[in-house]
Ligand binder design. Sequence first.
Ligand code: ADP
Ligand code: ASP
Ligand code: MG
Length: 420
Amino acid sequence: MKFGGTSVADADKIRRCAERVLRRRRQGYGVIAVVSAPGEMTDDLLELAQGVGENPDAREMDVLLATGEQIGIALFSMALKRVGQEAISLTGPQAGIYADSSHTQARILKIQTGRIREELGRGRAVVVAGFQGLNPRQEVATLGRGGSDLTAVALAAAFRAKFCEIFTDVKGVYTADPRVVSQARLLRSVSQEEMLEMAASGAQVLQTRAVEVARKFRVPILVRATFQNHPGTWIYPDRTDRNQRVGRFFLRRRRAGKEETMEEAVISAVTWTQDLVKITAVDVPDRPGVAARLLKYLAEGNVPVDMILQSGTARGVNNISLTMARQDFEKTKGSVQAAARRVSAKRVLCEEGFGKVSVVGMGMRQHAWVAARMFEVLAKLKVNIEMIATSEIRLSCIIAEKKAQEAVRALHRVFCVPRR
Ligand code: ADP
Ligand code: ASP
Ligand code: MG
């Protein structure tokens, strides 16, 4: 059971979370509760560090950030004991979570289950600090923003748990961010593939890496509201449930006299991200191997590239554009510029203020109409499309950031609101 920041924001909320754990214990489950930093604590700690100076040391950053979750687990464990449930809080390292050495973005290497098993065996609820592990140098390392989701799913996988419950401030996974689109509908179930694309393209409700681990180890996830009684959204490891849902969808439509065929694309959600930068290496030689080298240099500098576009072949030169989160760019600016120079780019352009809107759903690749409709919606809003990327189940456009929210609402109206 994972409890997010808003769920443990104050003492009263922590008490109510503890009651949820108690209920599960009474149903006969052993419980591992993964707890986030209360409220906005992680953001506050980041701000504190920025106040001390720009680009803080990554190791010290981890020492700082890991404290938020430690406050969460101590209070949570106290609350459990108050209601008569034996409990123990464990930091990530104490819980046997081993991570690699990339501070602030560490990956989980393995989980040694001995200590938690021992505590569960004593009938205790084990309260684990999310978002952290021990690196090979015996230092605390954090797992990237939203990393408590990852801790929870990884523990569920290591203990072969029946399922991993993610408690948060919304009822489940919606067809769009309910904070932006008031018409967004709750999805009763989503396939892991779709959830992965949704998370990767901006649906903050689950961390992308957590969904990747759930997929690898076939962990079912249930996303639900902490303070409301609602069944929530299941994210299942296989497509069975999804196929049934799609089946029901067609059946309903056919009964309503609509024209869909069996294989028509079904859009599940619209997602968005903001604060992207576009970097263009201008006039790189148009020769085989240049893009490969550019990407190799970027990978060596740990530059997290999102979209890649090559364009404008003329006079034996190309432009290669990349997008990435502004925060990532600020950290890796030097590597990006060096990489562009090493492939003989004439200039490097860095433009801020981009966003990305995506539609996610099954059976999209074969359906040019999805792209046509998406572009049409954006055109109506007078939004210029800077870049386009497609996958089997996702279509994304880079656009001006200031238009992104409006675009999400319009796309949701067209793709996700059932036509009557
Ligand atoms: P927690 O602190 O519990 O981890 P987060 O803030 O990380 O919670 O994630 C929950 C938030 O994700 C919601 O408040 C919601 O605004 C946002 N969100 C974005 N896209 C979606 C979506 N498609 N479905 C549900 N929530 C979404
Ligand atoms: N507290 C961390 C964050 O805000 C981890 C998490 O909540 O998942 O990113
Ligand atoms: Mg989160």
